[in-house]
Design a protein around this ligand. Structure first.
Ligand code: SAM
Length: 179
């Protein structure tokens, strides 16, 4: 988020034809819940969808394709957090990760299929959002909310073509020139 060290989300192991929707949802969740960038290993469709949503609903946020996720992890100039059901409990490590994020960028790594062991070794933290199997989208959402301590819910959006007006009932969408 603006004024804070960067948070990027790296999506590993996209299987074409199988993981497309989940990869898109990782990108949309990263954007909506306070990350600055999503790094995708191989999904131009997911990149386009995330960029389209950013054009319409605002940013700043970017989606990028990376050739070598291992190099991205190795060369990351800050803390690397790998989300995995086998990791330490998020409630036990969140304050240490927040302290790291006060000073340095954070890379949050999520998988799709089996994640190779070098990712576990390269990570500064392997973090479980519960130690039960679920989804990269759910794990990412809970983790980002813990990392930002809820600040992401008040995030301001810039350069949006449209904005949803929260309503008790019904749907209202306005463009910036109507405000
Ligand atoms: N069985 C796979 C493995 O051994 O890595 C996990 C596949 S899971 C469907 C896909 C991704 O969801 C994982 O790589 C991880 O990033 C995330 N995930 C699933 N459960 C999680 C949990 N309890 N905590 C954190 N992340 C989780």
């Amino acid at each position: 988020m603006q004024g804070e060290p960067e948070v990027a989300v790296l999506r590993l192991g996209h299987r074409p034809g199988r993981d497309g929707r989940m990869t898109t949802h990782v990108g949309l969740t990263a954007r909506a819940l306070g990350a600055d960038r999503v790094l995708l290993t191989a999904s131009t469709q997911a990149k386009e969808t995330v960029e389209d949503i950013t054009d319409r609903f605002g940013g700043p946020f970017s989606a990028e394709l990376v050739d070598s996720p291992k190099a991205t992890i190795r060369d990351w100039p800050g803390a690397v957090v790998h989300l995995t059901m086998y990791g330490e409990r998020v409630q036990d490590v969140e304050s240490a990760i927040r302290a790291a994020h006060d000073d340095e960028p954070v890379l949050v790594v999520v998988g799709a299929e089996k994640v190779s062991f070098d990712v576990y070794e390269a990570a500064d933290w392997n973090v479980g959002v519960t130690n039960q199997p679920h989804s990269e989208v759910a794990g990412l959402a809970v983790f980002l909310d813990r990392l930002f301590d809820g600040r992401e819910l008040d995030r301001e959006w810039t350069d949006a073509d449209q904005r949803v007006v929260p309503m008790e009932t019904g749907k209202k969408v306005v463009s910036p020139d109507e405000e």
